[in-house]
Design a protein around this ligand. Structure first.
Ligand SMILES: [Zn+2]
Length: 90
């Protein structure tokens, strides 16, 4: 199986469809926030490329901007809205 590398490609809407959380990390101060792409998609529009979003992002802790800010959307994290879902069978 091919493992896709965590991207800065794709769009906000794409992440929202895959229900993947978006972690934005500040490399300057270490501040990290977890964002819900579904909310971002409503706010900015699903067409917004992740890279473009990153270029607009500002660290709320120290004010740093890209490229001091990086983001990652891991594939192996539980979906944002279903993290508490215990109905999964095995
Ligand atoms: Zn910062």
């Amino acid at each position: 199986m091919r493992r896709r590398s965590p991207p800065r490609v794709g769009t906000i809407g794409g992440l929202a469809r895959q229900q993947r959380p978006l972690f934005v990390t500040c490399k300057r101060c270490g501040h990290e926030v977890r964002l819900n792409p579904a909310n971002l998609s409503r706010q900015y529009g699903g067409e917004l490329p992740l890279q473009r979003f990153l270029e607009r992002a500002v660290c709320t802790a120290c004010g740093a901007r890209w490229p001091d800010i990086d983001c990652i959307a891991p594939l192996d994290v539980q979906p944002v809205d279903r993290a508490a879902d215990r109905s999964r069978r095995h």
